[in-house]
Write a protein that binds this ligand. Structure first.
Ligand code: ZN
Length: 463
């Protein structure tokens, strides 16, 4: 028996300006894909030959342009066409890849694969907990396994579950049934955390269900609100030995998930940008962080909004303040030739500043990707970067030539603070700001989602 293996992922944000290009995908081909995937040993232990294709994974960005998508899709299809007799296919997707002119990139690829492989070939997929599941997915995926943690820490276990279920079904000649139930809500991603109730108990229930003999997987998908598409919503998906079982498990989980819709709250102070700025200035804590959640570069946003910087400039705080990581290629390059300590009038803010530090910015895998320039406006240090970047740990401040410990207020373009920054934060404020990753559904102006949708609409739902 043989199984084809691939991974093709990009979490899309249809409000984000930057579309990922070919080089934005971390890429491996052939055996090298197993540096990144955890399934090879499982298939081999079961006596199944593994046929690798490619691993192409990009960080959250704007929608994927069709020609970029087609390039990677074709690389996968080339190998699929060489093995039309494959017994199984395993793909690690994200589940929220939106491709221009195509829609769900995951569904499109599965449809292409189904045209080539035999009727009996089983397809197993792993998905992020923020996957927006399409109604048609169960027709093309025989096994679906989603992450059980947010923030995500169980990527390996999720892959292993999908691979083990595929091995079991192949060896025992079982055709599993997949049932998907939409749950018509779109909640603030940052309030849906699996370590806390009510999700903690619901996830525990899926684990208990999977221990039952006739259930392969039971999944909660929490939805991803930054894609304007008909499949954007939460959902539940169950895979079992019979259609009736899969359907009853998915529907029961869906009703329970729906019942919790009003129970999700922020764990920290979440306020308007102005309120956050005021609270940070007045706060007594040693170091206060504000996260500019609407312009969160780790969620695909550009990182170029200046709303919070402008609020600080207007309020001219006495506290040492750092606003880190504003994407602004022109400012960095126009002023790069000035020396540290030189005065400069920055037209766009109508203020005089002093060049404070020339530095560098790090990419997602910690390589240097460009320059940063810090300009001081009174007590406020504004850090401009040539390209989109994310200040997720102290190292980002170090290479930008800044001493994180010298600041009393720090603004970063994230949702929740990354764990690496938490030790430096005596207090955390979550700014409900505008931008591509705005968490307020009412402000997203989604036109293509299926209504009614909670919390935009108040209505009853039963699966
Ligand atoms: Zn996710």
């Amino acid at each position: 028996m043989k199984v084809l293996v691939a991974s093709f992922q990009c979490e899309s944000n249809s409000r984000a300006a930057y579309h990922p290009q070919k080089e934005d995908f971390e890429y491996f081909k052939g055996e090298d894909i197993f540096k990144k995937l955890a399934v090879k040993e499982i298939f081999e232990e079961n006596g199944i030959t593994v046929i690798p294709t490619i691993y192409a994974v990009a960080l959250p960005s704007g929608t994927v342009e069709r020609h970029i998508y087609e390039g990677y899709k074709e690389e996968i299809m080339e190998v699929v066409r060489q093995h039309p007799d494959a017994d199984g296919v395993y793909i690690f997707f994200h589940g929220s890849m939106e491709v221009d002119e195509i829609g769900s990139g995951e569904l499109y690829l599965l449809k292409e694969i189904k045209k080539v492989v035999s009727e009996d070939c089983l397809i197993s997929v792993s998905l992020d907990a923020h996957a927006n599941i399409t109604d048609e997915l169960p027709e093309y995926a025989d096994i679906v396994s989603g992450f059980k943690t947010v923030p995500h820490t169980d990527q390996v276990a999720c892959q292993e579950r999908a691979a083990r279920a595929l091995c079991y079904c192949l060896k025992n000649k079982i055709r599993p049934y997949t049932y998907m139930q939409r749950v018509p809500f779109l909640l603030k991603n940052d309030t849906l955390l699996t370590a806390y109730e009510p999700l903690k108990s619901l996830i525990a229930e899926t684990v208990a269900l999977e221990a039952e003999e006739d259930i392969f997987t039971a999944n909660l998908f929490l939805g991803h609100c930054w894609i304007d598409a008909p499949n954007t919503a939460a959902s539940t998906v169950a895979c079992a030995t019979s259609r009736e079982k899969a359907e009853s498990v998915a529907k029961d989980l869906a009703n329970k998930l729906w019942a919790t819709r009003r129970d999700y709250k922020f764990l920290i102070e979440a306020e308007s940008p102005e309120e956050c700025v005021d609270r940070a200035i007045a706060g007594k804590e040693g170091r206060i962080f504000i996260t500019d959640s609407g312009d969160n570069t780790t969620a695909g946003a550009e990182g170029d909004t200046t709303e919070i910087l402008r609020l600080f400039l207007a309020k001219a705080p006495k506290k040492k303040t750092c606003v880190a990581g504003i994407t602004d290629f022109d400012t960095v390059n126009a002023l790069w030739g000035l020396a540290d300590g030189e005065e400069v009038f920055v037209e766009k803010f109508g203020q005089k500043g002093v060049i404070r530090a020339h530095g560098e910015i790090l990419g997602w895998t910690k390589e240097i990707i460009g320059k940063s320039l810090c300009i001081s406006f009174g007590q406020v240090d504004a850090v401009f970067t040539e390209y989109r970047s994310a200040f997720i740990e102290k190292g980002n401040f170090d290479v930008a030539g800044l001493d994180l410990l010298s600041y009393e207020i720090v603004v970063v373009k994230l949702g929740y603070l990354f764990t690496e920054l938490k030790p430096f934060a005596d207090r955390e404020l979550f700014a409900l700001s505008d931008g591509a990753s705005c968490v307020e559904l009412e402000r997203l102006n989604l036109k293509r989602i299926i209504r009614p949708m909670f919390p935009l609409d108040d209505f009853d739902f039963k699966a």
